[in-house]
Design a binder for this molecule. Structure first.
Ligand code: 7TS
Length: 406
């Protein structure tokens, strides 16, 4: 299977507008992807023809809005191999992880317990666990990575102990690109009686994610990195856990019956969706899933493997230092690098003059930057609308940066 990037690009209106007077070369999809017309139009159609609050009105328009919202839940579940009942809508990965912190983890992690994360965490899967362990008098541990950016699986037995209550890790790193052996980690965690939270913010847009294969307890992902709008995301949870967990927030719609001094809760997943949700954004996220399904998960992955390989080869020619696994089968479509003594921020500013968007900085992973021994990196990340020509534009623009700083 292959993808016709010229055809796909026509779906994305953003490419019609020049960047700094040049054709846009967008290489920052790991931060946030661009949106196809199919998703934008779906959101417009919702507001123009279906808009009402959901699960409330006994009138046809509200039923249409509810059907659109619940249809999106089906799609978001399908995307990760889950029934829709296990799918809680949130604002995104960060909120999903914090929801686990304030519900399951708040009830089940206590003094003397341990939470295990990795050395490659995005701050969104680190800070919530720092706050939790500090509050509870628990210990936060970090599974090390090796020099290639792979998890030290040989140390797993030392890091998962009978005190470990929770293991939280990314399926794919936003800096190294590393795809982690989550199922193997989950098996070890479960053998020790611990639960597993998977940060799939980078994985869900790019590689096949199946909660049954991963055998995880919770999984979080965001709409805006996978062609959907901002303000939407998913928390998947194992049904037994969702049933026993307390609500995340209190308010309208998450209740069954309310008295002056107490209340009972709505069924899962509505128990976790307090107040009026980001309805149009959820509908847009569902449309994004359908867009990606039509392209095909395997085709997306094959395309990105090919492009990542090409980018790594061309970046090597420039003398750049590339971080993360050498073997492209172990990584997704993000390539972090440093070019000589050029600061990544300078590099990003220079290539921007050529219409090229790359990210520079610590990528919300400061402990990982320390582990790599650098203050920052530049990062190019790919998606369905990129091809080899985008990499070539970046490399040509980098040549100028090299000239300037020589
Ligand atoms: N986890 C990982 C692995 C991420 O890459 C990100 C965002 C998040 C969590 C947070 O997702 P959010 O949708 O809740 O913001 N990563 C990036 C990035 O690499 N550059 O900008 C945002």
């Amino acid at each position: 299977m292959s993808m016709d990037v010229d055809v796909i690009r026509k779906d994305f209106p953003i490419f019609e507008t020049p960047a700094n007077g040049k054709p846009l070369t967008y290489l920052d999809s790991a931060s946030s992807s661009q949106k196809p017309r199919q998703v934008i139009d779906r959101i417009v159609r919702f507001y123009e023809t279906e808009n009402a609050n959901v699960h409330r009105g006994a009138y046809q328009l509200s039923e249409m809005a509810t059907a659109a919202y619940e249809g999106a839940r089906e799609a978001c579940g399908r995307w990760i191999g889950s029934p829709s009942r296990n799918i809680i809508f949130t604002r995104g990965t960060t909120e999903s992880i914090n929801a686990v912190r304030f519900t399951w983890a708040n009830q089940n992690v206590g003094a003397g317990d341990e939470v295990l994360v990795t050395e490659m965490e995005h701050h969104s899967n680190l800070i919530p666990w720092q706050l939790l362990t500090q509050e509870k008098g628990a210990t936060l541990r970090h599974l090390p990575i090796d020099d290639e950016g792979l998890l030290r699986m040989d140390l797993l037995g030392e890091y998962i102990t009978e005190r470990t209550k929770l293991v939280a890790l990314p399926l794919m790193s936003n800096v190294l690109g590393t795809i982690n052996p989550v199922a193997e980690v989950a098996a070890a965690a479960h053998a020790a009686g611990a639960k597993v939270v998977v940060d799939a913010a980078q994985a869900a847009p790019h590689i096949k994610v199946d909660v049954a294969e991963l055998d995880c307890d919770f999984l979080a992902y965001s709409s805006h990195k996978m062609c959907g709008p901002t303000g939407a995301g998913v928390l998947y949870g194992r049904i037994e856990l969702l049933e026993e967990m307390p609500p995340f927030m209190g308010g309208g719609e998450m209740i069954r019956e309310v008295w002056a001094d107490r209340a009972t809760w709505n069924e899962v997943p509505f128990k976790f969706e307090a107040g009026t949700m980001n309805i149009a954004q959820a509908v847009g996220m569902g449309a994004a899933v359908e867009y990606l399904e039509a392209l095909g998960e395997d085709a997306i992955r094959d395309h990105e493997v090919r492009l990542t390989k090409y980018a790594m080869g061309r970046l090597e020619e420039t003398g750049a230092i590339i971080y993360g696994p050498k073997d492209v089968s172990k990584r997704g479509g993000v390539v972090s690098f440093n070019l000589d003594d050029v600061h990544p921020h300078d590099l990003s500013t220079i290539v921007d003059q050529h219409g090229v968007c790359i990210r520079a900085g610590h990528h919300c992973a400061q402990p990982l930057m320390r582990r790599l021994g650098v203050p920052a990196t530049a990062r190019a990340s790919f998606y369905v609308y990129n091809d080899e020509r985008d990499v070539d534009v970046l490399i040509d623009a980098m040549a100028e940066a090299k000239g300037w700083f020589a």
